[in-house]
Design a protein around this ligand. Structure first.
Ligand code: PAZ
Length: 389
């Protein structure tokens, strides 16, 4: 019931070629680069990132699937939402054994997708592979193994246990209805790079939907990554067992190896082979590009996660001001399952709460400290002193 503005506020910076945007002359001379032109900083960052990083193998296939899905629903006049969900990984090696990850299980995205389907949207669910999915989320990743929901009846057929039947039937019917009507397209990503490539492609496809397209960006996207020129090919070694072998190689390739291995600190305090210093670059902030160039007519909702209650609203407001989209939904890590703040242009910041489930109360240890009823709206977050130690 929150009122979103019909269109984004027009500000000087909302134009791709605005006077206020910083313009940069391309300094590239390579023939493979596009012709020199005056470009905004955001455009240069986009061109460089997508030029320097490899497109994921599944990009074409996923883009084709999304295009077919969008075309069908656009022709039917149906609203389409792109929901992004789950965390992105940051690989440390090209042949990836180790990677950096984050906490997100995809609960927000998978749950929201169900509500969007219920509200009549067709949903493209761009999610971290193996994170929670709409409908199946009720039975996967739970403390119960899914087999615990089932038993074998006397005739040998497998049926749901009595206590789960009502809910399972409801969920199954909703899932089958979405499937039958082709209303749910699930597309997986794993790395930050996969995510950025496919997000750009799908957002651009959503342009055809105009204002019937909604982008609901709930994924927990890494802010840092290892750029390709600093990423080693093979598993980073933790012992110097390969050093002897290395010494036998010619000096040119030795030097090359040392350059490649610059993830290692050379501090003499601890043997070099035992230390790993991870040196990450910032991931370009593409929300500006998305808002201004990829899907300029779509409604765009982004999420902002923080752990410090003192900075959440400020960061959400900053994001809204900087990117000029429709809504930032802020949440705090420990309370995110039952409390969010809506920050929208021209509107008062509004905290929205849902009742905490028994499970959430158990996790937070907050029972009996703060009352919350269905859809409660407030002007302030829960008091941090009520949060568990
Ligand atoms: O996946 P989840 O339900 O455990 O968490 C959801 C969330 C906190 C990742 C999401 O609500 C969110 O805030 N996403 C944006 C995170 C960020 O990049 O700030």
């Amino acid at each position: 019931s929150f009122n979103l503005p019909d269109s984004r506020p027009v500000s000087p910076s909302s134009s791709l070629f605005s006077e206020s945007s910083q313009t940069t002359m391309s300094s590239y001379t390579s023939n493979s680069r596009p012709a020199l032109a005056r470009q905004t900083t955001a455009e240069v960052a986009e061109r460089d990132y997508f030029h320097e990083n490899p497109a994921p193998a599944a990009l074409e296939e996923h883009t084709a699937q999304a295009k077919a899905f969008i075309d069908v629903h656009a022709a039917a006049g149906r609203r389409v939402v792109l929901v992004t969900s789950g965390g992105t990984t940051v690989p440390l090696e090209r042949q990836t054994v180790r990677f950096i990850d984050n906490f997100s299980a995809g609960t927000r995205g998978a749950t929201s997708a169900e509500y969007f389907l219920e509200a009549g949207y067709a949903v493209i669910f761009l999610h971290r592979q193996f994170s929670l999915l709409p409908y199946s989320r009720h039975y996967s990743h739970t403390t119960n193994c899914f087999l615990d929901f089932l038993h074998e009846s006397s005739d040998g057929s497998i049926v749901a246990n009595e206590e789960y039947q009502e809910k399972m039937q409801k969920v199954l019917r909703q899932y089958n209805a979405a499937k039958k009507s082709n209303l749910l397209l699930t597309l997986p990503f794993t790395t930050i790079n996969d995510y950025l490539f496919v997000l750009r492609s799908i957002s651009q496809l959503m342009r055809t939907l105009g204002s019937s397209g909604l982008l609901y960006l709930a994924a927990a996207v890494s802010d840092f990554f290892v750029p390709p020129e600093r990423m080693v090919e093979h598993k980073i070694q933790s012992t110097n067992a390969t050093d002897v072998q290395k010494e036998e190689r010619d000096s040119a390739s030795k030097q090359e190896e040392e350059e490649v291995f610059d993830n290692f600190d050379s501090s003499p305090a601890v043997p070099r082979s035992k230390r790993l210093i991870v040196d990450l670059d910032p991931v370009p902030k593409f929300l500006k590009n998305l808002v201004d160039g990829w899907a300029p007519e779509g409604m765009i909702v982004s999420f902002k996660l923080e752990t410090d209650p003192e900075i959440l609203v400020h960061k959400a407001q900053y994001s809204l001001e900087r990117y000029q989209h429709h809504l930032v939904i802020g949440n705090l890590l420990p309370t995110r399952k039952w409390e969010v703040v809506f920050v929208a242009p021209g509107q008062k910041d509004t905290w929205i709460r849902v009742p905490r489930s028994k499970k959430n109360r158990r996790i937070s240890g907050m029972e009996n400290t703060v009352g919350a009823s269905a859809g409660e709206i407030g002007e302030k977050p829960l008091d941090p002193k009520d949060l568990p130690e």
